[in-house]
Design a protein around this ligand. Sequence first.
Ligand code: SF4
Length: 293
Amino acid sequence: MEMTKIVEDVAFNILKQAVIYVPDDVKQALKKAYAGETSETGKTQLKAILDNIELAEKYQAPVCQDTGTIIFYIKAGSKAKDLDKIEAALISATRKATKEIPLRPNAVDPFTGKNSGDNTGRYIPALNWEIVSGDAIEMTVMTKGGGSENVCLGGMMVPGEGIKGLKKFVVDAVVKAGAQPCPPNILGIAMGGGADISMRLAKKALLLPLSEHNSDPEIAKLEQEILEAVNMTGIGPMGLGGITTVLGVHVDYAYRHPASFPAAVAFNCWAARRASARINADGTVEYLAHKLK
Ligand code: SF4
C-alpha cells in the first residue's frame, strides 16, 4: 500500500481510538480519585464520569460530545519517504473521521463564524513537527476540548519571583477556571522560552502519561507540590466540591531571556484524549497507546 494511504488510515484509526477510549493511565487515576474522594457530591460526579467512559467503550461512541480541535504531533524520521505528502493525508483523515466516526465539526472561521463542517480550515488540524533520526513516522493525536482550552493561560511572571511566582500563577489560574474545564483536570505547565514557546511546551506536556513523572527530581517535586496546592482549592469533580480538582501535573521549561519569565498553563479535561502510532518504513504499523479495537 502507498505510504500516504497508510498515514491516512493510521491517522483515522488513532483519531477514532482517541475519541472513544480515555487512556488507561487517566482511567486508573480517575478510579483512584473515586476511591479517595471525600466529598459525596464529588464521588457521585466521578462515578458518572467512570460510567460515561464505560458506555463510550461499550457503544463505540465518543466519550464526550465535544470531540475537540484536532492536533497532530509528528516525529518524522529524516529518512522517511513522502514527508511532504503527510499534511494532505492528515487533512484527509480528519475529514473522513468527522464523517464516519462521527466527530463534531469544530472548525470555525474567526471572521465569518462559518463552520467548515469537517474539522479542517486554516492551520487546522494543527500540525507539530519534529525531525528525528531513522525512517519511521510516529504520530500522536490530541483532540482538545473547548471547555478546557478556554481557561488555558499564558502570562509574564516577575523574574525576581521565580518559581514562587509560577506556583501562584498556576493556583490562581485553577481557581479562576473553576468548573469551566470539566475537572478533574490535567495541567501542562511550562516556563521560559517566550510567550509562544511556553504555551507550546505546556500543551505538549499534556501528552505525557499520568504515570510518568519528571526525570529531574527537583521538577518532579515541583509537580507534586503544585498538585497538592491545586487540590486544596476544593473545586472538585465538575466543580461541585471535593479534593479531586487535578489528576496530574507535568512541568516543562526552556531557557529564558534574563528580563522575561514567560509561563503558561494548559488545561486538559478528564476526557484527556490522545493516541499514538508508529509507521515503519516497510509499511508495518505499531499502535503505541492504550487499547485499540
Ligand atoms: S472540556 Fe472536555 S469533558 Fe468538558 S465538554 Fe469539553 S471536551 Fe467534554
